[in-house]
Design a binder for this molecule. Structure first.
Ligand SMILES: [Fe+2]
Length: 261
């Protein structure tokens, strides 16, 4: 076994023992699966998912719905401020900071894979740029949507049931201390994991303990809910489930599996 493989194995062993990983499932043990990886590192996978090229002139994608369309789960004013002020600021700052840091033109995912080499403000703003890009796509006006097919089967396999997964993911968001995100990601063993990160960190970053390719995200910064819910973050988290765009989550899940296998 190479030094790199040993290092990776030790990392995952550490992650599985840390208690920070929130992907606990009655039938899924990360440590047990570590002996049979699919044979690629997450860095290799990330290089295949080269969306969002870093250019110094990155732009927000248009929202795929109107500010009012996620009512009543998320109010119109929050959506407007969140997209046109907060996300816009992350985008502007990332462009300026990536230029100042001479990152060159590279996939944003590659920047995340080596983010420990760059200033923390660039990490915060590049994370803010990408996390919100992802977040807008996995939301959709409420229409009784639920996960189906391969994704639902994977959720059931990893967490026991869809309801159990919702409970684990919700708790990740509700219990994240201060600002941050809850994530559902595909790890390098092609397994689904739930985790939480602080600030604008995400599972693609070299500095994040529970790594993976995110397919579902929940913003639990107060700017995402405070106008409507004030201190009642748990109510916001519960309302989130009505507006998840499971078709997009499923598409991202398939994309991640293709990259890994
Ligand atoms: Fe946000």
């Amino acid at each position: 076994m190479t030094t790199e493989q040993n290092s990776r194995r030790d990392f995952f062993k550490k992650a599985s023992l840390s208690g920070i990983a929130l992907f606990v499932s009655s039938r899924f043990s990360f440590a047990a699966k570590a002996s049979s990886p699919v044979g690629v590192s997450l860095d290799q996978v990330i290089s295949k998912l080269a969306e969002y090229q870093l250019t110094g002139q990155s732009k927000q994608n248009p929202l795929p719905y109107g500010y009012a369309d996620l009512e009543p789960s998320v109010d119109t004013k929050t959506m407007e401020i969140h997209y046109s002020k907060h996300h816009a600021a992350y985008t502007k700052n990332m462009n300026e900071m990536s230029t100042a840091a001479n990152t060159g033109s590279k996939p944003l995912f590659q920047l995340f894979a080596e983010i420990d080499k760059y200033p923390v403000p660039l990490k915060n703003n590049a994370g803010g740029f990408y996390n919100h890009l992802l977040f807008w796509t996995i939301l959709a006006p409420a229409a009784g949507q639920v996960p189906e097919g391969k994704l639902l089967a994977a959720i059931t396999e990893s967490f026991g049931s869809f309801d159990k997964f919702k409970e684990i993911f919700s708790n990740a968001g509700k219990k994240q201390f201060g600002s941050g995100w809850a994530w559902l990601s595909v790890d390098e063993h092609a397994k689904l994991v739930v985790s939480a990160t602080a600030n604008q960190d995400n599972p693609l970053m070299s500095t994040t303990e529970v790594k993976g390719i995110p397919v579902l995200a929940l913003d639990v910064w107060e700017h995402a809910y405070y106008l409507q819910y004030q201190n009642r973050r748990p109510e916001y988290v519960e309302a989130f489930w009505k507006i998840v765009n499971w078709k997009e989550v499923s598409r991202r899940y398939d994309e991640a599996l293709l990259a890994i296998k």
